[in-house]
Design a binder for this molecule. Sequence first.
Ligand SMILES: Cc1ncc(COP(=O)(O)O)c(C=O)c1O
Length: 387
Amino acid sequence: MNKSYLAERVVNLKPSGIRKFFDIVATMKDVISLGIGEPDFVTPDPIVQAGIRSLQAGETHYTSNFGMFELREAVSAHLQGLHGIEYDPATEVVITVGVSEALYLSMSAILNPGEEVIIPTPCFVSYQAEVIMAGGVPVEVPTFVEDEFLIRPDALEAAITPRTKAILIGYPNNPTGAVATRAALLEVARIAEKYDLVVVSDELYDQLIYGVAHVCFPTLPEMRSRTILLGGFSKNYAMTGWRIGYASGPADLIKGLVRIHQYTIMSAPTTAQSAAIQALQVGKSHVDGMRAEYDRRRRLIVSGLNQLGLPTFEPHGAFYAFPNIAVTGMDDETFAQKLLEEERVAVVPGSAFGPGGEGFVRCSYATAYEKIEEALRRMEKFMHRHG
Ligand SMILES: Cc1ncc(COP(=O)(O)O)c(C=O)c1O
């Protein structure tokens, strides 16, 4: 294709560091993958059945642009029950094609050309691209393991310019597994208020939490009116393939998101919306079961990696461990490549998640316990040679 047909901002988008790596993995046999960022569980059966019933009942049409009212009511009740925050299902919730679309909508709705969004890194690989696609400028602020990957208020404040429009945060964090403390989020809130910024809070993993409390950002004092809360079903309910999520916030902001959503997507998949209602109604015990299994694997992988001499921060959320691999003398890309070639274990180089991820690799424990045990045995051999 003639490159000149493409817009500059598209040509300049970097391909995801994860994809590049997994194209190589796909060509290899006998690989144990700790690289996958999605649950290994299939969607719990009652949720699947609700999707099937919806199709059989002839629910094959568009829904309201906002999404089915029943689902918006269920999301609203869920957020009230889980986090004690109220959103009006009529005007303050929009159902989206995953948090991916909700991120796209949020950035497109709030950014004028050249406005800046501060993004603490390491972070989910789409954040910077979403800002660029919306005509904005991502401003990366690294976080550090010695701060448990929480945002340094002075670094955040130093990144603010007259063009700063928003802060985009994601806790529980992909790739570090960090869960933000109330104190750390209160600092973000203080700065957001001082400089009158929007906060987009991606809380996709809000139910995958181990032994700590998750603080829902808009519940902090004065934050509801300036926050777009993003959430979804992909990780908590093992529903990545259904492509369903939501954004909630004050009506004027959500109205802006829906304006773009109605012209790009029209409405989220109807089958997935019906399944999502069921997830919120009966999903809790399934989430509890999956969380308990993730926790068992989390303890195995974190202690295993530490024993191999790879210092690993204790993650309290999501399903990722983020060991520091500096002791091997390799950079994270080389480490991941050699580990794959020599021992057939796939991990993701931390630098794929932005500055702050360098010198680390992401190991997902959304894979069977026995596979993690085997991956650790293979990594032990690797570390004997390279440790
Ligand atoms: C932090 C974070 N946000 C958003 C997404 C996208 O999720 P969804 O499937 O809801 O589009 C992911 C997927 O890995 C993620 O890790």
